[in-house]
Design a protein around this ligand. Structure first.
Ligand code: SF4
Length: 290
């Protein structure tokens, strides 16, 4: 059974060789990008606050961010970029986590408490065929005052997504498919709205929101068809390199470039996958729909 994650499909589309090295063989650079560990630390602070609030527990998002950030600094080789160093990211993360709950409360949404638990970073799986499935973890599934369902992806980009992206982003299409497949068994309605909740990694850090409608049936069909075709190529062992043209080559941003181009493994490790915003402790549940 091949379980596809939305990020892995995006990587395959970007370059088959990168997908083979990272997702099939398990290679990763010795150094992890600061963007990844920063995003993980902000997720831990903000989503942890929603889980704790639902449990009636005291929780400090800012302190949780700091603890997670310091943990990463002491255990991970982090590659910082020229825009934000360690101190800058610490202050931005603290500010975002400090302001998160106040911003969240302006949205008029409540995370859904289902019979499977709170729908915050719940891993969901759907079988698309006898040998292929989709697996993903929507950050938040929430309900508004009208009983309508919102699928929310929390991000920490440097700049906000371009206008309209929430209405077409394939990662959100994947979450819609996953949630909708489980909704009937949870006694819940299907998705009505999409949202990117973005904590901007800027010197003036702030939360911005982009909303979009439920993705259309044709969009869902197209994405599902792509998942099945991609899985077929992966199962056949077809992982083509894609260098594209100079102006849009994925190679210029590829952290697997040395291994790909020279075969040298120095600077890389094989094994555990890079962290992708790990789930909240005690709030992970894998459920499948055939
Ligand atoms: S360097 Fe280019 S061809 Fe090689 S894995 Fe990276 S993106 Fe693919």
């Amino acid at each position: 059974m091949l379980w596809l994650r939305p990020t892995a499909v995006q990587r395959y589309e970007s370059c088959g060789e990168q997908s083979r090295l990272v997702d099939k063989e398990g290679w990763r650079p010795n150094e992890t990008s600061s963007a990844l560990v920063f995003g993980d630390s902000v997720h831990r602070g903000c989503l942890g606050a929603l889980v704790a609030r639902a449990d009636g527990q005291a929780f400090d998002p800012e302190q949780t961010f700091i603890a997670r950030w310091e943990h990463h600094l002491s255990t991970t080789n982090i590659q910082f970029n020229s825009t934000h160093g360690e101190e800058s990211l610490r202050e931005i993360g603290r500010a975002l986590c400090r302001s998160f709950l106040a911003h969240w409360d302006t949205l008029g949404l409540v995370p859904v408490l289902s019979d499977r638990g709170l729908l915050v970073e719940q891993r969901l799986r759907v079988r698309l065929s006898p040998t292929v499935g989709l697996s993903g973890e929507p950050d938040i599934v929430a309900m508004d005052g009208n009983g309508q369902i919102w699928v929310i992806d929390l991000k920490t980009p440097a700049t906000a997504s371009f206008e309209g992206f929430a209405g077409i982003a394939e990662q959100l299409t994947a979450y819609q498919i996953l949630y909708d497949a489980h909704a009937p068994s949870m006694g819940l309605p299907p998705v009505s709205h999409m949202m990117f909740l973005e904590g901007l990694k800027q010197n003036n850090p702030r939360w911005v929101v982009q909303t979009g409608p439920r993705h259309s049936d044709s969009w869902v069909r197209g994405y599902t068809e792509k998942l099945l075709k991609t899985a077929q190529l992966m199962q056949e062992g077809y992982y083509p390199r894609r260098t594209a043209a100079a102006y849009n080559s994925p190679c210029s941003q590829c952290d697997m470039a040395i291994l790909c181009q020279t075969g040298q493994t120095e600077g890389y490790v094989k094994g555990k996958r890079k962290p992708e915003t790990p789930p909240q402790d005690g709030n992970t549940q894998v459920t499948e729909v055939a």
